[in-house]
Write a protein that binds this ligand. Structure first.
Ligand code: HEM
Length: 225
């Protein structure tokens, strides 16, 4: 146990844990997007899906607490590792050489911060209903909580649309680098697979962001109402 703890306190162990927690969060983001895409099937589909998730309080709260724990570990390790990197390089480079680093990899801290701020806003807005033009918490004709109505109310507001789209841009940048880099940290490297592994980050980023932005814009443009 202490050996395991010491391993995770080391820089390599922290990177592995950062990668694992990050991939866990990516799994949630994909699952969440697929669930939310049911907005295109109408209110009955989305509201009964949301009710299905909430109807299992033990599963729901275990997932929520697990997700929060993973997110806290992820952010704490990211801060710890970047401070460690900075300490290992006490003097700023006179000339920054970024020849091989993509914009996404150079802006991980900034994009991570945008995602974190987005999640805080999103929870206060849609889950708690305490910021933003408060969407009404209604019940639909079948007696389910009207999550569909919440989304329609939320994304008809241009300010909310801007905030959500900005969050998705931050998410796209973060996932673009994070997914491929995490797989590499976990040792997924093979000459035959390198192209695929490199494409994993941009593909996941594109998939998640297109799915989420499609929901936001479909409501804003009154395609879904
Ligand atoms: C257009 C994009 C998104 C839409 C339409 C959306 C929609 C929603 C809705 C309706 C809820 C409340 C569900 C309920 O109360 O039953 C929710 C909760 C949540 N969302 Fe999102 N979301 C989006 C993007 C994201 C992203 C990108 C993340 C993470 C990076 C995220 C993380 C969460 C979390 C952690 C919760 C709380 C879940 C819970 O209450 O158990 N969402 N979202």
């Amino acid at each position: 146990m202490t050996r395991l703890l010491r391993h995770f306190q080391s820089s390599v162990g922290s990177k592995v844990l950062l990668a694992l927690s990050g991939l866990g969060l990516v799994g949630y983001v994909i699952f969440h997007m697929l669930g939310n895409l049911q907005v295109f099937e109408g209110s009955r589909a989305l509201n009964s899906y949301a009710a299905f998730l909430r109807d299992m309080p033990i599963v729901l709260w275990t997932a929520r607490i697990g997700l929060l724990g993973i997110a806290v570990i992820h952010v704490a390790l990211a801060i710890h590792l970047s401070l460690q990197n900075r300490r290992a390089r006490p003097r700023a480079y006179a000339i920054h050489r970024y020849r091989y680093a993509s914009i996404a990899s150079r802006t991980m801290a900034a994009s991570g911060l945008v995602v974190l701020l987005f999640i805080v806003f999103h929870l206060l807005h849609l889950t708690a209903g305490i910021v933003g033009p408060s969407p009404p918490d209604r019940i639909d004709a079948d007696g389910y909580r009207d999550v569909y109505g919440l989304l329609i109310h939320a994304f008809q507001n241009p300010v909310i649309v801007l905030i959500y789209v900005a969050g998705q841009v931050g998410l796209a940048f973060h996932l673009h680098h994070a997914v491929s880099s995490s797989l590499q940290t976990l040792g997924f490297e093979h000459a035959a697979l390198n192209g695929l592994l490199k494409a994993a980050g941009p593909s996941v980023a594109l998939l998640v962001v297109l799915g989420n932005v499609a929901i936001i814009l479909a409501v804003f443009l009154r395609i879904v109402r």
